[in-house]
Design a protein. Structure first.
Length: 140
């Protein structure tokens, strides 16, 4: 495990990656998952899982340029943190051929930026919880 990311596997943490999206190897539409899998395998000996993690994929991930990729790790731990006070770890990511390098970084206003994204993603509402209008489900 890299010393700068060493932590318990049960601590809710949002990993923030600043990356040139074209530096992430593999299919352009799989770049976020490729990044998450690489980071988690390297630091936690496991792959990304939608059951325990959440990934914010930026618009334009299949293009070129700099973007933020946000990985919410251990999203279901109770009590759930709020996105404005969750533990943040920030990295600058550099591509080197087919591999990625992670450098601990500090960005002003990263807390302000990331707090606009709900911790663990938005929860889908169950069908039975959907509001009805005149006995008909809204949106049908």
């Amino acid at each position: 495990m890299d010393p700068e990311t060493q932590m318990t596997s049960t601590e809710p943490t949002r990993f923030c990656f600043r990356v040139r999206v074209e530096d992430i190897p593999g299919h352009p539409l799989s770049r976020s998952i490729t990044l998450a899998n690489d980071f988690l395998r390297r630091n936690f000996q496991r792959s990304f899982s939608w059951d325990t993690d959440y990934l914010y994929t930026p618009v334009g991930i299949d293009g070129t340029g700099k973007a933020w990729v946000l990985l919410d790790f251990a999203k279901d731990i109770e009590p759930k943190p709020h996105s404005s006070n969750v533990n943040l770890k920030t990295f600058k990511v550099k591509g080197s051929g087919d591999s990625l390098e992670y450098e601990v970084a500090h960005y002003n206003s990263i807390r302000t930026y990331t707090s606009t994204f709900p911790w663990g993603g938005r929860q889908a509402r169950r069908v039975e919880d959907q509001p009805t209008i005149g006995g008909v489900e809204k949106g049908t």
